[in-house]
Design a protein around this ligand. Structure first.
Ligand SMILES: NC(=O)c1ccc[n+]([C@@H]2O[C@H](COP(=O)([O-])OP(=O)(O)OC[C@H]3O[C@@H](n4cnc5c(N)ncnc54)[C@H](O)[C@@H]3O)[C@@H](O)[C@H]2O)c1
Length: 388
């Protein structure tokens, strides 16, 4: 399953950038964290004729230099200290590709150094961190976009268009989430499963995508309360890791492999959510958006990574008769990873809003954080989002 996760996430099938790119301004890029996903970022930047990759940092000695050599990037300066790189290099933008626990500190450092930021998902680890990052975003006026490439998918856009068309009427209930039978991600190490690096597990890795799929479609209403749980039965099981040839990882595992939440949103909408890196089940269910005029079913996928699993169906009445309308799968012109980077670069160059703004993902993070806090408290909690 790890291979499947790897292949899906690093889709390098990128078409050449179009001639419409403005070459009068060359963007100077830095990479923070030279691990797995940084590869995808660099490959997309290399497709952009208006970009030069100037530098990279990784706290592991020698990792940035090896990374650039392997990627065929010549002339990039390499640092072990992100702070030093930001101080010495004249950068326009950075991609932050560190593990989750380093998202907030690096984003804050970069924006304070006057650089625009493409920050990998999840936004941060806690709600408090997200608020701190957004305060710096506001103070510095820098551009901050969060790395939710599924947003670029034409099928995801279609979900939003369907909701906005009024075809479903008023939305009152949503079920979302997904999961894998076996798929705790450890493709190149253990940074997803260590408490001090990943910090949140399935919740932050793939849960954030499920939430974005539906919350973006309905305009990101504010979350009000959450009842949540999280568990680690598979990650802590020696049997699980023996089957993966990774016995001993159960000692390292310090995050959730399953989480669920029942969330009340502003506007009287209820959200029922569950996410699994591993479970004794094929899928915890399709995503459904229920409305007063119609409901939408979005098929789940085997390897949940934030995509639409097949043709969607609208259930509605036509002339008093219950009917189903099928919405066929749409093809997206470019790789989602390319569109994520290109849209960020265009926003940087044109001074336009972030393609995936923190102001939306703050509510996504508040739900993830609420599930963690409710699980610890053993009861429903109110979500309080401080003023920014
Ligand atoms: N968008 C996607 O599809 C996708 C896919 C995979 C991973 N991700 C996200 O990307 C992030 C990184 O995942 P990964 O699999 O590449 O992890 P990884 O462990 O392979 O790489 C992270 C790197 O960051 C380095 N690092 C940590 N703190 C640093 C700091 N302060 N300065 C410089 N370098 C630092 C680490 O040494 C490591 O080399 C995660 O948050 C993950 O959720 C996103």
């Amino acid at each position: 399953m790890a291979e499947l996760v790897k292949d899906k996430a690093l889709d390098f099938n990128v078409e050449k950038a179009g001639p419409e790119i403005d070459m009068s301004k060359i963007v100077r890029v830095g990479i923070i964290g030279c691990g797995w996903i940084a590869e995808s970022h660099v490959r997309q930047y290399l497709k952009c004729p208006d970009v030069v990759i100037v530098a990279g940092s990784d706290i592991i000695p020698g990792k940035a230099a090896k990374f650039f050599a392997d990627m065929g990037v010549e002339g990039a300066a390499c640092y072990e200290s992100t702070e030093e790189m930001l101080e010495k290099e004249d950068l326009d933008v950075v991609s932050i590709c560190t593990y989750n626990a380093q998202h907030a500190p690096c984003a804050i450092q970069a924006m304070k150094a006057g650089v625009d930021v493409m920050l990998e998902k999840p936004f941060t680890v806690t709600l408090e961190e997200a608020v701190e990052v957004m305060k710096v975003e506001k103070e510095t006026g820098r551009l901050l976009s969060i790395g939710f490439q599924p947003r670029m998918d034409e099928n995801m856009k279609m979900i939003k268009k369907i909701v906005e068309s009024g075809e479903l009427g008023d939305i009152y209930y949503i079920q979302t989430g997904g999961g894998r039978r076996r798929g705790i991600p450890t493709p190149f190490g253990t940074s997803f499963i260590e408490k001090d690096k990943g910090a949140i597990g399935a919740l932050g890795d793939i849960g954030c995508y499920s939430l974005d799929m539906v919350l973006n479609a309905i305009g990101y209403p504010k979350p009000l309360t959450v009842t949540g749980i999280k568990t680690d039965f598979f990650g802590k099981s020696r049997t699980y890791w023996e089957a993966e040839d990774k016995a001993g990882y159960e000692e390292i595992f310090g995050v959730d492999d399953f989480a669920a939440g029942y969330i009340r949103l502003e506007g009287g909408i209820t959200l029922d959510f569950r996410i699994a890196w591993a479970m004794n089940l094929d899928t915890p269910g399709d995503t459904i958006i229920m409305g007063t005029k119609g409901s939408l079913r979005i098929p789940s996928t085997e390897c949940w990574n934030g995509s639409v699993g097949g043709a969607m169906t609208i259930y509605h009445d036509v002339a008093g008769k219950g009917c189903q309308t099928e919405i066929p799968i749409l093809k997206t012109k470019d790789s989602l990873f390319y569109l994520k980077i290109r849209s960020f670069l265009d926003a940087h160059k044109n001074g336009t809003p972030a393609p995936v703004p923190s102001s939306q993902i703050l509510y996504n993070q508040a739900i993830l954080d609420g599930i963690v806090k409710s699980s610890a408290a053993g009861k429903e909690i109110e979500i309080e989002i401080p003023e920014i």
